[in-house]
Design a protein around this ligand. Structure first.
Ligand code: TXA
Ligand code: MG
Length: 328
């Protein structure tokens, strides 16, 4: 398949190019577009055949549901049963990196929701994404634009590495801002449940709607049996670079000794270290570093953990899921 690459200005999207990209979507073809979190691989959410192309391009398991991107809060009323909590959160955080899981109205085909009776909705905060969705007369289903199991793409270059020849169009608007995928919050039950931590933190959400539950998957812990029912995406290896990721979660007292021991064990191997106390910077660079270190042929990526407050929970979630070994 030939992939058309369109360079579109991230701040002031050129109208003619947005129209060209929207044309692919209207023809039920696939378009990769930037959002404020990561690049997304989009298709018409209302067309089963179009959505199936997403699964094929990514090699995504068919029971992993896809987020539906809308251009306004009004649109959500057609797609989901919107309750008061959802509306409050939308008014406060949209457009922005918060995905809300609600009861589906049944309008989108089952392929989108992986057969669940809920639907995940998000209004992204990126001029190109917004212009593109507005240009289409339908919502856009879009998972992260990477081959399944690889780190999410934060630049068009990463998208091209994974998806050139597998999608119809790729919009290149440079590097994204946040670098980690949106927060996923299930608001379909009385007490909302955090399924995936992101830039809209637990602290920020609780300020608006009070105490929420934190699903085990948010910590990046391995799940089993019925725990998957609510968080189907967590069944699969995520964010895994090819190099082995080793996460150091030892407390300050023991950390240096453990790192020293690890360095001795890995002597002779190609090892790179990721260490930063600046959480926003670490979040925005994490996937990029995973990809770059892989290219450089590293055997091991050693990451020093951060505390789990604020954005720290999202960072630790991604690193734990990528890690093949955790040193406590
Ligand atoms: O920032 C983002 O969210 C990016 C951009 C492109 O918007 N998208 C993204 O999509 O990260 P994806 O498919 O890589 O991750 C979506 C997550 C998956 O873990 C999926 O299982 C979960 O959301 N999800 C989608 N629909 C769901 C539903 N109805 N119930 C529970 N989880 C759902
Ligand atoms: Mg993904």
């Amino acid at each position: 398949m030939k992939t058309v690459v369109l360079k579109i200005n991230a701040k002031k999207p050129q109208k003619s190019k947005i129209k060209r990209a929207a044309c692919f979507l209207t023809n039920n073809e696939t378009v990769v577009f930037p959002t404020e979190t990561v690049y997304g691989l989009g298709a018409n959410a209302l067309d089963e055949k179009a959505v199936k192309k997403i699964f094929k391009a990514k090699g995504r398991p068919s029971d992993n549901p896809i987020i539906v991107h809308v251009a306004s809060i009004d649109e959500t009323f057609f797609l989901a049963k919107v309750n008061e909590t959802a509306l409050k959160l939308m008014k406060h955080f949209w457009p922005g990196p918060l995905t809300l899981v609600m009861k589906s109205s049944g309008l989108v085909p089952k392929v989108v929701t992986g057969g669940l009776d809920t639907i995940a909705l998000r209004l992204p905060n990126h001029p190109v994404a917004l212009a593109l969705i507005k240009e289409c007369s339908f919502p856009i289903a879009a998972p992260s634009a990477n081959i399944s199991g690889r780190p999410s793409a934060t630049t068009a270059k990463h998208v091209l590495d994974d998806l050139r020849g597998r999608v119809d169009c790729i919009i290149d608007s440079g590097a994204v801002k946040i670098g980690l995928e949106s927060t996923v919050l299930d608001v379909s039950a009385i007490t909302p449940v955090l399924l995936r931590p992101g830039n809209i933190t637990v602290e920020k959400i609780e300020k608006i709607i009070g105490k929420i539950k934190i699903h085990k998957s948010s910590y990046g812990s391995k799940l089993s049996g019925s725990e998957f029912a609510k968080a189907p995406g967590m069944k699969y290896t995520h964010y895994a670079p090819r190099a082995k990721v080793i996460l150091i979660e030892a407390d300050a007292k023991n950390k240096n000794a453990k790192i020293k021991k690890l360095k001795e064990e890995l002597r002779g191997k190609k090892v790179v270290f990721i260490k930063s106390k600046n959480k926003p910077k670490l979040a925005s660079d994490l996937f990029k570093m995973f990809r770059e270190f892989d290219k450089s042929g590293a055997n091991f990526i050693v990451v020093e953990g951060v505390n789990q407050t604020g954005l720290g929970l999202a960072i630790m979630n991604r690193v734990r899921k990528a890690a093949s070994k955790v040193i406590l």
